[in-house]
Design a protein around this ligand. Structure first.
Ligand code: GZL
Length: 359
């Protein structure tokens, strides 16, 4: 296969993407052969834990007692309201896997995007006797009250999706999620390719206060400097990961920066809001090159319709991997402090054919 690219660095990125697709794991298939250096666990392609993932945390080291997941109270704390397909798919994945495993006492809460409610939700789950907590954190800081209460009762916490700033194997068991810096870098490669390595780009930032926004932003900016220094980032504003806000911010953008060439949206909801704003301003598909992250069905369809150029997946289907990790822990295995999953990528070449894999 001849890889047409102007940058050696991008050859590596393209080869990685080809390897993912070729191995089948990009299709999220349970039986996909994982790329070398990774494994398939719980239906997810898991990268072999990075060297810095630590020796691993065991039940004894954590100080918890073994218990049967099927009869225990298990708490799942969801962060954002389920208007975002990412959240809908994430919660469904947890519920479906619990049902499949016969976990009879799963209690699910939703903080409706309010951090104070997420703290009280988790405190309530602890009071209700949760023996395991799976948390999709809204914010990365401010968890101390919960961590102290969970530690006092030796309740292991598995954080999925976003990280919390706390100590692994002490405050929480492990983090399971994507490599968000890599997602930003892959989005930058797609943007550079779409713009021919030059032009003016706006960033629709995610919500403040969490590692996902920070890492997707740094990954994108650093990669743009590496591969396309003639691309200028002339606008940055948070759209709070929400479609309406993404639309409002893009309406402002079109007024203040009418010559914008590209938009990097840090999630699909904001990207689709931007599309609505562009349509409202009389723009045509392709007038502005939009690259996004998540992999929702609406965004992949927008690639097929020409409004988006590419979407880097952020896979929310943590259910199987989260409960598999919990069971391994209860069986005495050492659990690494982070379990990083691989994400696929959608572009014009595979959008139509992969629509059913989007969520
Ligand atoms: C990513 C997750 C982000 C999604 C957004 O793991 O935290 O939050 O990309 C969601 O869609 O709002």
């Amino acid at each position: 296969m001849t890889l047409l690219t102007s940058r050696p660095g991008r050859v590596a990125a393209l080869l990685a993407a080809v390897a993912l697709v070729a191995s089948g794991c990009a299709k999220g298939e349970e039986t996909a052969a994982a790329p070398s250096g990774s494994s398939t666990q719980g239906g997810q392609v898991v990268r072999t834990p990075a060297a810095d993932a630590g020796a691993g945390c065991t039940l004894d080291a954590f100080g918890a007692q073994r218990f049967d997941l099927r009869s225990a109270v298990v708490g799942f704390s969801q962060s954002e309201k389920e208007a975002n397909p990412f959240r809908i798919a994430e919660t469904k994945s947890i519920k479906d896997e619990a049902a499949k495993l016969g976990i009879a006492n799963l209690k699910v809460t939703n903080a409706q995007s309010q951090f104070s409610k997420q703290i009280s939700d988790v405190q309530q789950l602890i009071a209700q006797g949760a023996r395991l907590l799976v948390i999709a954190p809204l914010n990365s800081d401010g968890w101390e009250p919960v961590l102290q209460q969970a530690a006092a009762k030796k309740v292991p916490i598995i954080t999925i999706d976003r990280k919390i700033n706390a100590a692994p194997c002490k405050d929480y068991l492990t983090f399971i999620g994507s490599d968000f810096v890599e997602q930003g870098r892959r989005a930058a490669d797609q943007m550079a390719k779409a713009l021919g390595d030059k032009g003016k780009v706006a960033i629709l930032l995610g919500a403040p206060g969490n590692n996902v926004t920070t890492e997707r932003t740094s990954g994108f900016k650093d990669r743009i400097k590496e591969v396309a220094p003639d691309i200028e980032i002339t606008f940055e504003q948070t759209g709070e990961f929400a479609r309406e806000k993404g639309q409002q911010v893009t309406e402002q953008l079109i007024q203040s920066n009418p010559d914008i060439d590209g938009i990097y949206a840090e999630n699909d909801e904001m990207a689709l809001g931007a599309v609505t704003a562009l349509k409202g301003a009389g723009k045509k598909a392709g007038d502005v090159q939009i690259v996004s992250i998540d992999g929702t069905r609406g965004a992949v369809q927008a690639i097929a319709d020409g409004w988006l150029v590419a979407v880097v997946e952020s896979n929310p289907r943590f259910g199987a991997l989260a409960f598999e990790t919990a069971q391994k822990f209860l069986d005495g295995a050492a659990i690494p402090e982070k379990v990083i999953i691989s994400d696929r990528e959608y572009d014009k070449a595979n959008a139509e054919s992969s629509l059913s894999e989007a969520y």
